[in-house]
Design a protein around this ligand. Structure first.
Ligand code: TXA
Ligand code: MG
Length: 423
């Protein structure tokens, strides 16, 4: 099987024909229903052909969302959903998120409310839907029996996760396929999620036929998964919508953190790689400095065993300086020959690490993600992948303070990717 990447021109960039063809491409005012025009256009034609594959074949199609690239299949057909698990090598007990293009499509997955004046979508979610959809938020709903969803989507659970992506390209594809799409992140299992079409090809080449290329993903980390069916409601996975933003919604003031990652940090933290929480992992060893440690940069002791012939990489997010970020060593940098992989605008430099005598101690790679935390989220997975591609043996990451905003999602992913944590 050959994997083809098909570029779809960016939408909403002033080409009024395409904007028109897509209807309300940006944030729709009304989430209930959404139709796509029947005209032919450079945006719609490739999406129509991708949608036809989703309807007629059992090979999943990769497509961009605002969070990460998804690997989509018609969520109502078992054979199509099984195709996702096969392509990803994903354990079949991990449920998939269902993606809808509008609320009518979601209501089609729920039993009608016994009281016709009441919405079949549980009231607890109404403020979240009004505030965050379309966008990076996944809600859990009771799985009706019978359900139009293929049983493979929910992996035996009594709930299903659903979201309406902000990406107009994703919503258009779902509308054209005329079916809800089950879509996990389009990486091979255990690898960092893909935020550019090239990442999907790197992982799934030969296992799928089509990647719809819509450029790099704006958010860069996955959606926040929330459970409003329990009391108090809980965040099961931190993501593009923060806890503070959720707390501002009626009924969600007391939302709890229903995931664990900090408890794994510190003295009891498993130090060896390959522990059960390992995920989002590049091939290189990842050493994470929590925001409270490693003020000046990488501690000299952490470089033990890293010598000549090895490649040391650093991802900087704020306080670490470009030249002084490895204690006791000098850093000499030049622009990266050949640049970063297509589709990603990363600020990477290469060079060498020199010891006190000025002798080369190791090759060196520097990724500058310094800026606001949204920028860190946007570039994080791409940076981990790019450093792998460039042959890094070890990646030292400067953590961010996870007290606010999307930072919680960034640190959650980094703690899972890290084989060593400096707390
Ligand atoms: O941003 C995203 O959510 C991306 C894009 C493609 O939409 N998708 C994504 O899917 O991250 P995936 O499969 O990589 O992660 C889905 C997460 C998993 O942690 C899964 O266990 C959880 O959501 N999940 C899905 N359905 C669930 C359910 N019914 N109950 C609890 N957790 C669920
Ligand atoms: Mg995933």
């Amino acid at each position: 099987m050959k994997t083809q990447i098909v570029k779809v021109p960016l939408m909403g960039q002033g080409n009024s024909d395409d904007d028109e063809a897509l209807g309300r491409w940006a944030m729709p005012n009304d989430l209930s229903t959404w139709e796509v025009s029947s005209t032919s256009s450079p945006v719609l034609d490739p999406l129509r052909s991708a949608a036809a594959r989703l309807r007629n074949t059992d090979i999943p199609v990769a497509f961009p969302t605002e969070t990460v690239y998804g690997l989509g299949a018609d969520a109502t057909r078992s054979a199509a959903v099984r195709g996702i698990y096969t392509a990803k090598g994903r354990p079949s007990d991990n449920p998939l998120i269902v993606h809808v293009c509008d609320l009518d499509m979601l209501r089609g997955l729920l039993p009608p409310s016994p009281n016709p004046s009441q919405d079949s979508i549980p009231t607890i979610y109404h403020p979240l839907i009004a505030r965050f959809w379309p966008g990076p938020l996944t809600i859990l709903l009771p799985l009706p029996s019978p359900s139009p969803l293929a049983p493979e989507v929910t992996a035996g659970l009594s709930t299903f996760g659903v979201r309406m992506p902000a990406s107009a390209l994703a919503r258009t594809l779902i509308r054209l396929a005329n079916a809800p799409l089950a879509a996990p992140s389009a990486n091979a299992s255990t690898r960092p999620s893909p935020t550019a079409a090239a990442h999907v090809r790197d992982d799934l080449d030969g296992r799928i036929e089509l990647v719809v290329d819509g450029g790099s993903c704006a958010v860069g980390v996955e959606s926040t998964v929330v459970d409003g069916l329990c009391s108090p409601p809980a965040v099961l996975r931190p993501g593009g919508v923060s806890l503070e933003e959720l707390r501002r919604c009626p009924g969600w003031e007391g939302v709890e953190k229903g995931y664990r990652d900090r408890a794994e940090v510190g003295k009891e933290a498993p130090r060896a790689p390959g522990m059960k929480y390992k995920h989002y992992s590049p091939r290189a060893r990842v050493v994470l400095y929590e925001a409270s440690s490693g003020e000046g940069g990488v501690a000299k002791g952490d470089l033990e065993g890293v010598g000549e012939g090895k490649t040391v990489a650093v991802i900087r997010t704020g306080r670490w300086s470009e030249r002084g970020c490895v204690e006791g060593y000098g850093v000499v940098l030049k622009p990266l020959a050949g640049g970063a992989e297509e589709g990603m605008e990363l600020d990477i430099k290469q060079g060498e690490l020199t010891d006190e005598a000025g002798k080369q101690a190791a090759k060196f790679l520097d990724v500058d993600l310094v800026g606001d935390v949204k920028g860190v989220a946007h570039g994080l997975f791409a940076a981990l992948r790019e450093l792998d591609r460039l042959g890094a043996d070890v990646i030292f990451v400067e953590g961010v303070d996870d007290g606010h905003d999307i930072a919680a999602a960034v640190m959650n992913r980094l703690r899972k990717a890290a084989s060593d944590i400096r707390a």
